[in-house]
Design a binder for this molecule. Structure first.
Ligand code: MN3
Length: 200
């Protein structure tokens, strides 16, 4: 059985940037629904229940027809959101340091140019989806709850949920304001730890 992970901070901990109402709804309702529907999809497939979620998503094309779409949507949703909570922290914001900062600077010139490019990609997602920073420092987007693993890519270093459910209560239709605020809570220590453990 897949389960909803606990947050490492309170629903109201991200303060003015992401409100308690959004965090509570997003975690306890939206994420819980992905978990529940993933478990329902796996009910009839005991063999798949034993597998790590990441392995299911990496091999999405070879899953049985009757569960492939459910695992893609709800398994992807569970995977993406589990990471998303960790990509934010009340102690977040600022800029990365060390190797991560160096790689970003090498690729984009400076940190602000990276932020601008990531933001541009986030605003360019039509409808619902995600924007990702990959271990090679490329920035990609996926629709719906698709995740880089499904594209045969490595695990992302950082990801941003640009579904309206992630911001509508606070920002209405202003995705640009949401993305601008979100940089203030990005947990760069966690991003660096993912770079350290990434397959490169
Ligand atoms: Mn979401």
């Amino acid at each position: 059985m897949h389960t909803l992970p606990q947050l490492s901070y309170a629903y109201d901990a991200l303060g003015e940037y992401i409100s308690k109402d959004i965090m509570q709804l997003h975690h306890s309702k939206h994420h819980q629904t992905y978990v529940d529907k993933l478990n329902t999809a796996l009910d009839k497939h005991t063999d798949l229940r034993e597998k790590q979620l990441g392995d299911l998503l990496k091999n999405i094309d070879s899953l049985p027809d009757d569960v492939r779409l459910a695992i893609r949507n709800h398994g992807g949703g569970h995977y993406n959101h589990t990471l998303f909570w960790e990509w934010m922290s009340p102690d977040g914001g600022g800029e990365p340091s060390g190797e991560l900062a160096q790689q970003i600077t090498e690729k984009y010139g400076d940190f602000q140019s990276f932020v601008d490019e990531f933001t541009k990609k986030a605003l360019g997602v039509f409808g619902s989806g995600w924007v990702w920073l990959q271990p090679d420092c490329s920035i990609i987007t996926t629709p719906n709850q698709d995740t880089p693993l499904m594209l045969g890519m490595p695990e992302p270093l950082l990801g941003l949920d640009v579904w309206e459910h992630a911001y509508y209560l606070d920002y209405k239709n202003k995705r640009d304001d949401y993305v601008e605020s979100w940089w203030n809570v990005v947990n760069w220590n966690f991003v660096q730890s993912r770079l350290d453990s990434s397959e490169r």
